[in-house]
Write a protein that binds this ligand. Structure first.
Ligand code: ARG
Length: 437
């Protein structure tokens, strides 16, 4: 039975009812819907808008409804229009007139806006905890290989030697910003729309500060139209989640490269890899690939939210019901990715000998070789050119900077002496840049 009776002379068309219904998505907010109703009913009684007896009965029965849903004694009706209708219907079924008084001075528009803000606090906290977990895992992994030198890349060409700790530390920096972004968005989300009514506030002497405080909000939304129409927090959170996926996707791409036989810098534990149905030798990095792939879903959720909102006149429009599918999917996807990722990183093995061998092979210390000449008084641009010629010579003769004889160095530039070999040792290159080794 819909909430909106009286005006209509016909039952809703079945397909229309299904199309209109959001219960499949919003039933997961039943606790928040009930908490919002408890705060509202208690406030109505305190303000003398409903009698103390009705207020008490509503609050007590809402508690029972919540417990019954949690225990499975009460099944949420999949044919209900939404969770708000279901809870009110059930309350009225149990209490009669007192139940019908709950919606005094309130609309589903401020109700759903309140529920969603309350609901999203939990996934924000969960994602933050997972991000902290991944950060710790990366730091521990780096600490496991304290002296690991690897090639640092630009354009995926060997550039300068770095440590594994330096490389993984870049992801730690990204995750720290991610944690900060979620908490920043969660702070802005924490104002109460309850009391905005359908859009224009209410004629009843409600106490918005009271319900806001009871529900743990920092403040009340100061404009009632904005109270019901604002979904910025969904967009902000979906954007923060999208960036998390960008970071996970970039890390995934590197994991996939590192696990290839061409790189062989790392190996995933068997428990976190998969095989091929036809090629017996295969060990595939499916998890990082799926994480990389799922980034598209989360970006899609963000785009969906932005597009859904951009043309809406104030205040509430039914389009906004689409918000929950998008933001729930974004949170669920990121949670799933992080949950799978952490143990995968924990158990993966790096192969520092291979990383060092790759770093030793590609003239990665050429900048340091030029810096050696700068130390002898040569301007950097001249030193750069001299070393460039030496690199070209090495390529022609099959040498590396380490194996080229000193007289050939000196033929290119007389300022070279045998100190150059110490200067281009990878450990020294890394240490001179302030990296612990
Ligand atoms: N299910 C709706 C939503 O998620 C609740 C608000 C409905 N309000 C209305 N006036 N139809 O947005």
């Amino acid at each position: 039975m819909p909430l909106w009776q009286g005006r209509f002379s016909k039952a809703t068309d079945k397909a229309t009812n299904d199309f209109n219904s959001s219960i499949a998505t919003d039933s997961r907010m039943f606790r928040q819907d009930i908490a919002g109703s408890v705060a509202h009913a208690a406030m109505l009684a305190k303000q003398g808008i409903v009698t103390p007896e009705d207020g008490k009965a509503i609050v007590a029965e809402l508690g029972k409804i919540c417990a019954d849903i949690e225990s499975g004694a009460l099944i949420i009706d999949p044919n209900a229009e939404d969770i708000h209708s279901f809870v009110e219907y059930e309350l009225t079924r149990r209490l009669g007139d007192a139940g019908k008084r709950l919606h005094t001075g309130r609309s589903r528009n401020d109700q759903v806006a309140t529920d969603l803000r309350l609901y999203l606090r939990t996934p924000c906290a969960e994602i933050t905890e997972l991000l902290c977990g991944l950060r710790q895992t990366l730091e521990n992994k780096a600490a496991q290989y304290p002296n690991a030198i690897m090639p640092g890349y630009t354009h995926l060409q060997r550039a300068q030697p770095i440590t594994l700790g330096q490389h993984l530390g870049a992801y730690v920096a990204m995750l720290m910003r991610d944690i900060d972004r979620i908490s920043d968005a969660a702070r802005r989300m924490n104002v109460s729309p309850l009391g905005s009514g359908a859009l224009a506030g209410t004629t009843y002497p409600i106490d918005r500060k009271n319900t806001a405080a009871a529900l743990g909000f920092d403040d009340v939304a100061f404009n009632t139209l904005d109270g019901v129409a604002d979904r910025d927090y969904c967009v902000e959170l979906a954007a923060a989640l999208s960036l998390i996926m960008v970071h996970l996707s970039r890390l995934s791409e590197e994991m996939i490269l590192w696990c290839s036989w061409e790189f062989k810098f790392a190996e995933l534990d068997d428990a976190f890899s998969t095989g091929s149905s036809i090629m017996p030798q295969k060990k595939n990095p499916d998890i990082p690939e799926l994480v990389r792939g799922k980034s598209g879903r989360v970006f899609g959720d963000l785009m969906g939210l932005l597009t859904m909102l951009k043309g809406l006149p104030l205040a509430y429009n039914k389009d906004m019901q689409e918000d929950k599918d998008a933001i729930f999917d974004a949170f669920d996807t990121v949670k799933l990715c992080l949950t799978t990722y952490i143990p995968m990183v924990k158990t993966m093995r790096f192969l520092p000998e291979n990383m060092r061998a790759a770093a030793a092979g590609g003239f990665i210390n050429a900048t340091d070789c030029a810096d050696f000449l700068v130390g002898k008084g040569l301007p950097f641009r001249d030193a750069y050119k001299a070393v460039g010629e030496i690199v070209a010579l090495c390529i022609r003769s099959g040498h590396t900077l380490e194996t080229l004889p000193l007289d050939e160095y000196q033929a290119a530039c007389p300022l070279f002496d045998d100190g150059v070999f110490e200067a281009i040792r990878l450990e020294n290159c890394v240490a001179r840049r302030g990296m612990k080794i």
